[in-house]
Design a protein around this ligand. Structure first.
Ligand code: MEZ
Length: 535
């Protein structure tokens, strides 16, 4: 149980005192100049000291965060000379690395296309960030909306940096992604007449967020996992990919695997390989807490980079504005943006609203950091500081019962610690949520530099540009998962795999030696490290 401190209770009184007035006058939107200013001064992406220049590999000369540089330029987990590539343990058409939403969608689609497909996952199928997504999935499928409007919102929200061919695919295929999920059995929230309930997210000009209350990812992942298992797609769980295998022509041709429990090394040969390993929140960049799943350690980026694939926008991360800041047991856990979609305002220790609730995430997170670090308006918490998210506004705006009906998981998460979010506001602070950048792909999902190597989901860079809007990630795992599954399974019909080789691993090691780089890290990391002193 958590009891607010006296200082927090005094601050709550101020939040309550301004509520009626704030309900009448919602905070004004920021100008483009104001947004730029707050981003440059307070967004963690702009802290130069947190970055370093890569000395080897396809992105040599580019800046990435220290934690990622250590892994991208880390030492391989294997001694390439000792691996027997002549007698593979598995020989498949399509090898999918990762058992979250993107990997599952890819496998289902490749299987539907007649391919012999196999999933390997270092945890269990469904044990992934997809399962933890809360607020919803975007799709422009209402009469007042269009993929073009969806494109404009996402392109602007991502600072006009998204790769146009990827974003176009994302928005155009969104309505079909919702239909596909619905047909598979996802129970989206619906009105009595069967129409799907949709809400706004930060930066959306139309209500296009489809949701399953506030456990949208769990419902979607439940359905995808069932479909993978019902189809009998082989899943090798507790088994990590630790290196991509290439063939004599330099094309991707499988992966070296390692059993997470026994350490046994296995070889999977494949005609095409799909990386769907998700994000990197568990690297706790710049010491941030995270909303991410335990397995989010940037493994796919390391595998692809060592195999010669280029990364795009690997320097940009998303800090979700509202991670739980109190109680300490849930520090960093996601408080869905839907809480703000339904009307809750962000308020400082004096009871003042300081930002329009649905600015884009990077801007909103920066204003919260400014309130705490720049203006001295944060509320003291067990782990640092936070601001209020005034949740009781939701039932005032939407009517009694709205919180219970629309965001029951939030009510339960705080209720476990004795906080009733219908009565009291909650304390939040930005939490590391998403990797905006990743591996560079073309519209067919194939990496731009390594043939037969495909990518889907959060490991992709460029779909969202330099900032992502709410609900476009659950969408991209479906659209680009299916896309990679489709193209990888079609491609493999014409692939003749040459002699398997790990010579690129040796070459990369030699490059590291020549550049005098020794980060002291072995990669991919596979699991986060919470040893004392590591954080
Ligand atoms: O897309 C997301 O990251 C998302 C829906 C998160 C949330 O706030 O619920």
């Amino acid at each position: 149980m958590y009891s607010y401190t006296q200082e927090q209770l005094d601050s709550i009184k101020k939040v309550e005192a301004t509520r009626a007035e704030r309900l009448k006058n919602l905070h004004a939107r920021m100008t483009a100049e104001e947004k730029d200013a707050v981003l440059h001064e307070f967004h963690p992406d702009y802290i130069e000291g947190a970055y370093e220049t890569l000395k080897v590999g396809p992105n040599k000369g580019d800046k990435v965060l220290h934690e990622l540089a250590d892994l991208l330029q880390g030492k391989s987990r294997l001694d390439a000379k000792k691996i027997d590539l002549k007698n593979p343990d598995y020989d498949v058409d399509v090898l999918v690395i990762g058992g979250g939403g993107a990997g599952s969608s890819a496998a289902i689609t490749a299987h539907g296309n007649g391919a012999n497909v196999m999933i390997v996952t270092k945890l269990r199928i469904g044990d992934a960030n997809s399962m933890m997504a809360e607020g919803g999935i975007q799709a422009a499928d209402k009469p007042n909306d269009s993929p073009a409007q969806h494109y404009l919102d996402a392109f602007g929200g991502g600072h006009f940096a998204a790769k146009p061919c990827l974003l176009e695919k994302l928005v155009k295929e969104a309505p079909d992604a919702i239909r596909w999920l619905s047909d598979l059995g996802v129970m989206f929230d619906k009105q009595a007449d069967g129409e799907m309930v949709t809400t706004h997210g930060g930066g959306t000009s139309r209500k296009r967020m489809h949701a399953c209350k506030d456990y949208s990812g769990a419902e979607i992942m439940r359905t995808l996992r069932d479909e993978v298992l019902n189809r009998g797609i082989p899943v090798v769980d507790f088994t990590a990919a630790i290196e991509i295998i290439k063939d004599s022509e330099g094309k991707a041709a499988g992966a070296v695997l390692q059993n997470m429990e026994t350490g046994e090394i296995l070889v999977a040969k494949a005609k095409t390989v799909i990386i769907a390993t998700g994000g990197a929140g568990r690297l706790h960049y710049q010491g941030f807490p995270t909303s991410n799943h335990y397995g989010a350690t940037a493994d796919g980026l390391v595998l692809a980079y060592r195999a010669g694939a280029k990364l795009l926008y690997a320097d940009t991360l998303q800090y979700h504005p509202t991670g739980a800041a109190e109680p300490t047991q849930i520090y960093g856990a996601l408080v869905t943006e839907k809480v703000r979609s339904l009307g809750a305002q962000l308020v400082n220790k004096n009871g003042e609203a300081f930002v329009y609730s649905l600015e884009t995430r990077d801007v909103t997170a920066s204003t919260i950091i400014r309130e705490c670090k720049g203006r001295g308006n944060g509320v003291k918490t067990t782990d640092g500081e936070g601001v209020w998210l005034d949740t009781p506004m939701i039932d005032i705006i939407g009517g009694e019962g709205t919180i219970e009906k629309r965001i029951p998981a939030m009510m339960r998460m705080f209720g476990k610690y004795g906080i009733d979010i219908r009565k009291d506001p909650i304390l939040i602070y930005p939490t590391l949520h998403y990797q905006n950048g990743g591996i560079d792909i073309d519209a067919d999902g194939q990496t731009t530099m390594v043939e037969n190597l495909y990518v889907a989901g959060e490991a992709v860079g460029g779909i969202h540009g330099r900032n992502r809007l709410m609900g476009n990630s659950l969408l991209d795992i479906i659209v680009f998962g299916r896309n990679a599954g489709k193209y990888a399974s079609e491609k493999c019909k014409n692939v003749k795999v040459g002699k398997l080789t790990l010579s690129h691993v040796k070459d990369f090691n030699n490059e590291l030696k020549a550049a005098g780089v020794n980060t002291g890290k072995v990669s991919p990391q596979l699991l986060p490290s919470y040893k004392r002193g590591d954080m």
